[in-house]
Design a protein around this ligand. Structure first.
Ligand code: NAD
Length: 337
């Protein structure tokens, strides 16, 4: 099959494209190589993909009028996986315009491309942040919608809402994922695990928000990619697809489903740091801080729908995933690290 994947220079897009190419598929990749974080890391990921047969890479910003439409007309993919986005909760407090451009307008361009050039299945990355300050754990896809706490979450909710309406009006079978704190080799330099690793190895103090009490449903990248791969292999959602439950307030009317990808085994940031210190063999100097505005105290996925759909849930423990990240970090940035 031919896949069009947006965000292939990014952390998750790189890993997903790698898996698809390894399975013998063609991948047309798009990435705007934004400078939100180290562009050299993005280019290094792309270089890995470009060494594999079946990969074609395109560089543009999704919000550029006509650019995605033209590529869809040329590439005619069977499946689109839309992962490109301006990510990051805290950055969105300072740079809201990047989220409107990349995530709202960019996603609109992707949807328009899929309307003009029909695909078998559109898969779209949303986030656990869309649950906002959801008071009940674990977070279920059927939970009553809550107001978003940041422009990042708002831009992703806008993407979900637009995708549902396109799925309904233009019969585009769509799966939206809600990812939960993904980590692993080739990970994102703006995220806590990467930041902590860099600073601990440089003997710099680290800032630990919410005094380390905040809890996250950390999801190892290989488990995430396995979950996405299995969802891709499913028949696309029929009209009025799951989630459906007695408590369901959000049954889609379109061929649309929304699925959490997280293992439902949340861990405190303090415990994550303990595992990181053990993997590095170095103690951190922890400066404890309050929870910043827009951050939530806890995320926890219900993995039930994912398990029901594909018979699999992420389960790699931090004690395995963090050493794998550290081994990659040391290999990539040099033995002196
Ligand atoms: P990433 O920043 O590593 O990858 C995103 C890629 O998209 C980058 O390479 C960037 O250059 C590209 N991009 C950004 N804006 C673009 C635009 N307007 N046009 C074209 N390309 C653009 O992030 P990631 O961690 O790989 O995340 C992938 C997706 O998953 C994103 O949609 C993100 O919001 C979502 N997500 C990630 C996590 C996580 O923990 N990593 C959690 C929840 C949701």
């Amino acid at each position: 099959m031919r896949f069009l994947v947006t965000g292939t220079a990014g952390f998750i897009g790189f890993h997903l494209a790698h898996r698809l190419l390894g399975a013998g598929h063609e991948v047309v990749g798009v990435d705007g190589l934004t400078d939100y974080y180290d562009v050299a890391l993005k280019r290094a990921r792309l270089a890995r993909l470009e060494a594999l047969p079946g990969f074609a890479s395109h560089e543009f910003l999704l919000e550029e009028p006509g650019a995605f439409m033209t590529l869809m007309g040329e590439a005619r993919p069977d499946v689109v996986v839309h992962l490109a986005a301006q990510a990051g909760v805290r950055y969105s407090l300072e740079h809201p315009e990047a989220y409107v451009a990349g995530n709202v307008v960019g996603t609109f361009q992707v949807l328009e491309g899929c309307r003009a050039h029909p695909v078998r299945h559109l898969l779209f990355a949303s986030t656990s942040s869309a649950y906002g300050g959801n008071p009940t754990v674990p977070f279920r896809e059927t939970d009553r919608a809550v107001w978003p706490l940041t422009i990042y979450a708002a831009s992703k909710l806008a993407g979900e809402a637009m995708a549902h309406s396109y799925a309904h009006l233009w019969k585009i079978p769509t799966t939206a994922f809600r990812f939960f704190t993904v980590y692993g080799p080739w990970g994102r330099p703006d995220m806590a695990l990467f930041l902590f690793t860099r600073k601990i190895l440089a003997a710099e103090p680290i800032e630990v928000y919410d005094h380390g009490r905040a809890v996250r449903d950390f999801t190892y990248i290989d488990d995430l990619v396995e979950s996405i791969g299995r969802l891709i292999d499913l028949p696309p959602p029929p009209p009025g697809a799951a989630p459906v439950s007695p408590a369901d307030t959000l049954s889609p009317v379109a061929p649309f489903r929304m699925v959490n990808i997280g293992g439902g085994r949340p861990v405190s940031v303090a415990a994550m740091l303990d595992a990181l210190e053990a993997a590095l063999g170095v103690r951190a100097v922890r400066h404890l801080r309050d929870l910043p505005p827009g951050d939530v105290e806890r995320t926890e996925a219900s993995p039930d729908l994912l398990r029901d759909l594909v018979g699999y849930v992420p389960s790699t423990p931090l004690e395995v995933g963090i050493p794998a990240f550290v081994a990659w970090y040391r290999a990539h940035y040099g033995a002196g690290c």
